[in-house]
Design a protein around this ligand. Structure first.
Ligand code: GLN
Length: 250
């Protein structure tokens, strides 16, 4: 049987800010270029989520309002399935608003939006409106299993929430250059627990960091060998440009 990457996009209508749906397009293209099948399932409000039916679960960013719209459904209807998927080693990638909802909760003034508690973190929106948002180009250095040495992810962040990792959580990476990361102070960005990954990096993330997209696909498919190489001249130029924008040269 032909190899196939089965991707589940969670709430693609509401959770897909700053071109985050480009991450799905990128996955689809890179699979197609390599002759790997690609199956995309959109799962939204009221839809059942089968923890075994997908290799990669994806949720993009969203405005506070949109996060509040999905949080209850995510918490009551999909929490158990996502815990089961994470426990069996499926890949879960969540960006910004999606990342925040992987934690215990997101506090918005006197309201507390429930998360799914898949990773040990909480997020609190800083008071002060637009002026208090952490906005700009950002690059982080990361170390990932199966990849030698330290690599760079570059992207763009725009969030009012400050994320604090609990003692049981490990950051995805360390902020380089001008970025803010989880809370603008700690120097840490994102979270990683095995293949459960949360990050504030838009960009979109995967088109600007195809090495990471390939790693994710390889891991999600459970392959031992890295993916075959592609002609990535344009993609590498996009990556370098995103790094430079974040104040990090090659
Ligand atoms: N609404 C969240 C915040 O402002 C997430 C924003 C986003 O996904 N870009 O912190």
């Amino acid at each position: 049987m032909r190899e196939r990457l089965r991707v589940c996009a969670l709430y693609p209508e509401l959770m897909s800010i700053y071109a985050d749906r480009g991450n799905l397009l990128l996955l689809e293209r890179r699979c197609a270029w390599r002759g790997i099948g690609f199956e995309l399932t959109a799962v939204g409000h009221g839809d059942a989520l089968d923890p075994d039916a997908h290799d990669l679960f994806y949720m993009g960013g969203g405005q506070d309002r949109d996060q509040e719209l999905v949080a209850e459904d995510l918490h009551t209807d999909k929490r158990d399935a996502l815990h089961a998927a994470g426990a069996r080693g499926a890949a879960i990638l969540a960006v910004c608003g999606g990342y925040q909802l992987l934690g215990h909760h997101y506090e918005l003034g006197d309201r507390r939006v429930p998360g799914i508690g898949l990773v040990d973190l909480v997020t609190v929106r800083a008071p002060g409106g637009t002026a208090a948002r952490l906005v700009g180009n950002v690059a982080i250095e990361v170390e990932l299993p199966g990849i030698d040495g330290v690599r760079t992810l570059a992207g763009f962040e725009n969030h009012g929430g400050r994320t604090q990792l609990g003692t049981g959580a490990t950051p995805l990476g360390r902020v380089l250059g001008r970025g803010h990361g989880n809370d603008g102070r700690s120097g840490w960005e994102g979270v990683r627990k095995g293949l459960i990954i949360g990050t504030y990096l838009h960009g979109p993330l995967l088109p600007k960091n195809v090495w990471f997209a390939d790693w994710l696909v390889q891991q999600a498919l459970g392959r031992d060998e890295p993916m075959s190489s592609l002609d990535d001249r344009l993609e590498d130029a996009a990556h370098q440009s995103a790094r430079r924008a974040a104040g990090v040269s090659a």
